[in-house]
Write a protein that binds this ligand. Structure first.
Ligand SMILES: [Zn+2]
Length: 251
């Protein structure tokens, strides 16, 4: 049984239709559970509870919305105490899931920026020095500020004008978590890959972001793809603008 199964008292969703439920299963004794059916679609609400994580990971790679709903709502629990504390007391330290995923997202993006600069012969095969770290930090900071602003503005004006702040946090968390494909960039730091691989990974991240965005907003696919594509395109433009603007210390 997956360790991601949620307790009955938390708000969870049916992975088939997205309907909010109070519980996903009833536990009679240790190892003896009964999966609940959704009142709306009459199917088992979350069959992933009984799956190993590898099965879930494969379905995430295959971009199945069911797997994304399981990951984002039943595994990470958007409506858990994390977000409630974040919005009611504005104490960032209590919002562990969001901050951890944001930090990992930014760290992996720093690797992407470094690889991008390396492929543009700015850095060659040298290690990062302090000026280079500053350049990468600036790129990551500006690129992601633009990325998040475009994403949130797209959500504000093209999805729903009356979304509460928790919905924006849900969307951000969905985008951070669904960027897990960037983990493959770590391999590119160690082994030699053609630069095209970097763009292929970015395409996977974009499509994964669009699926997660769609799952968290329940909007049409074309609208979700357009918003995510705009945010990624804006970030790439910032990357290339900074690449042409900043003199590299290694030149
Ligand atoms: Zn359902």
């Amino acid at each position: 049984m997956s360790k991601s199964a949620k307790k009955g008292e938390e708000t969870v969703v049916c992975v088939n239709c997205g309907t909010r439920l109070n519980t996903l299963y009833i536990q009679y004794s240790p190892g003896n559970i009964r999966l609940m059916k959704c009142d709306n679609c009459k199917a088992v609400a979350d069959p992933y509870i009984e799956c190993e994580f590898m099965i879930i990971l494969i379905d995430l790679i295959l971009h199945k919305p069911k797997a994304y709903r399981h990951l984002l709502y039943n595994m990470l629990s958007f409506k858990s105490e994390d977000i409630k504390h974040f919005t009611s007391h504005l104490q960032p330290q209590t919002s562990g899931t969001i901050w951890k995923s944001a930090l990992l997202f930014l760290l992996l993006d720093a690797i992407r920026v470094f690889l991008l600069k390396r492929f543009n012969d700015d850095y060659g095969n040298s290690f990062l020095s302090m000026p280079k770290c500053r350049e990468v930090f600036l790129d990551v900071l500006l690129g992601n500020i633009v990325f998040i602003v475009v994403l949130l503005l797209g959500t504000r004006f093209f999805v729903n004008c009356s979304l509460p702040i928790t919905s924006y946090l849900e969307i951000l968390l969905a985008v951070f978590v669904s960027s897990f494909f960037k983990v493959y960039l770590v391999a590119m730091m160690v082994w030699e890959f053609p630069s095209a691989v970097l763009y292929i990974i970015e395409m996977f991240v974009l499509s994964s972001n669009a699926v997660a965005f769609r799952v968290s907003t329940q909007q049409e696919a074309i609208r979700c793809i357009s918003i995510c594509l705009s945010a990624h395109a804006a970030k790439f433009l910032v990357d290339y603008w900074l690449l042409s603007l900043l003199p590299s210390s290694s030149r």
